[in-house]
Design a protein around this ligand. Structure first.
Ligand code: HEC
Length: 248
C-alpha cells in the first residue's frame, strides 16, 4: 500500500513537471478498479476525465496507442492504465464509424506533432492554413507556440508566441505568406502578426476580445474578418500594404 502511494505521488510530481496544466473541464468520477489510480493522476493534468467518458471507447491496444500520444508512462503503468480503460470504457457500438457505400477513394497521410499531448485541431480552415509553398501553419495552443509543417520533407518547426506558454493561439489565417492569429489566453485577445521571412512578431489588443476570438477569415481583398462569440461581434482588420509607386 505504502509502495503504491509512493509510486503514485512520484508519478504525480513527475507529470506535474512534464505536462502543462489546463482547465479541468468535464471532471467525472471513475469506476473502481485496478489502474484507476494511474488514470486519475496521469490523465487529469491537461483535461478532465470527461474526455475518457465521452470518447468512442477502445480496446486495450487502442487505449495504449491513444495514451501514448499524450503521456509517456513507464511500461507497467501504461499497461495497467490501458487495461483499466479497456475494461471500463470499451468501444461503444453506437459511435463506431459506418462505411458508406460508394467508390470514393481517399489517401490519408499522418504526421506526428512534436510534443506529447499536443493536438493540432480543426482542419476546417479555422486553426490551420497553408502558405504559397504549401507549408501548413498551425497553432500549438497547449504550449503557446505556432508551428509550420513542410509536407514535402515532414519537417516541423515551432516558434514561441510573444505572450508565452499560456497565450493559447486559436484562430489562424495566412495572408500574403504572413501568419495572423489571436492569442486567446490574453485579455483582451491579442492579434498577432508573424513574418516567417524575418521571424518577427507584432501584436495588438483586439478591442472586443474579452471572450475568445474563434474564427478568422480572409476577405477577397486580403483583409481579415474576425469573429468573437462572447461579445456577439465580428470585426474587420484592415491590413496596410506598402504602396507601390510607379517609376517615370
Ligand atoms: C499533455 C497533455 C495531455 C495529457 C497528460 C493527457 N491528454 Fe488526453 N488529450 C489531450 C488533448 C490536447 C486532447 C484534445 C482535447 C480537445 O480536443 O479538446 C486530448 C483528448 C483526449 C481524448 C479524446 C479524444 C480521443 O481521441 O478519443 C481522450 C479519450 C483522452 N484525451 C484520453 C487521455 C488519457 C486516457 C490520458 C491519460 C493516460 C490523457 N488523455 C492524458 C492532452 C492530454
Amino acid at each position: 500500500m505504502r509502495r503504491a502511494t509512493i509510486l503514485v505521488s512520484t508519478l504525480a510530481a513527475w507529470l506535474a513537471f512534464a505536462a502543462p496544466a489546463e482547465a479541468q473541464r468535464g471532471q467525472v468520477a471513475l469506476p473502481e478498479g485496478d489502474g484507476k489510480d494511474v488514470v486519475e493522476i496521469a490523465c487529469t493534468t491537461c483535461h478532465g476525465l470527461g474526455q475518457i467518458n465521452g470518447s468512442a471507447g477502445y480496446d486495450a491496444a487502442g487505449w495504449r496507442d491513444l495514451l501514448g500520444t499524450m503521456v509517456s508512462l513507464p511500461d507497467a503503468q501504461a499497461t495497467r492504465a490501458a487495461g483499466y480503460l479497456a475494461r471500463h470504457f470499451p468501444p461503444k457500438p453506437d459511435q463506431a464509424p459506418a462505411l458508406v457505400a460508394g467508390n470514393a477513394q481517399i489517401a490519408i497521410t499522418e504526421w506526428t506533432a512534436p510534443t506529447l499531448g499536443q493536438r493540432v485541431r480543426d482542419p476546417a480552415d479555422r486553426r490551420l492554413d497553408t502558405d504559397s509553398d504549401g507549408s501548413v501553419w498551425y497553432g500549438n495552443s497547449t504550449m503557446g507556440r505556432i508551428g509550420r509543417l513542410d509536407p514535402g520533407t515532414g519537417e516541423i518547426r515551432e516558434w514561441p508566441s510573444p505572450s508565452g506558454p499560456d497565450s493559447h493561439p486559436y484562430a489562424l489565417a495566412v495572408v500574403d505568406d504572413i501568419i495572423w492569429y489571436n492569442e486567446s489566453g490574453m485579455r483582451p485577445d491579442a492579434l498577432v502578426r508573424f513574418d516567417p521571412a524575418t521571424e518577427e512578431f507584432q501584436s495588438w489588443p483586439i478591442p472586443s476580445g474579452y471572450g475568445i476570438v474563434r474564427n478568422m477569415w480572409v476577405t477577397e481583398d486580403g483583409n481579415l474578418l474576425i469573429h468573437q462569440s462572447s461579445s456577439n461581434r465580428i470585426g474587420l482588420v484592415e491590413i496596410q500594404r506598402p504602396r507601390l509607386t510607379s517609376q517615370p
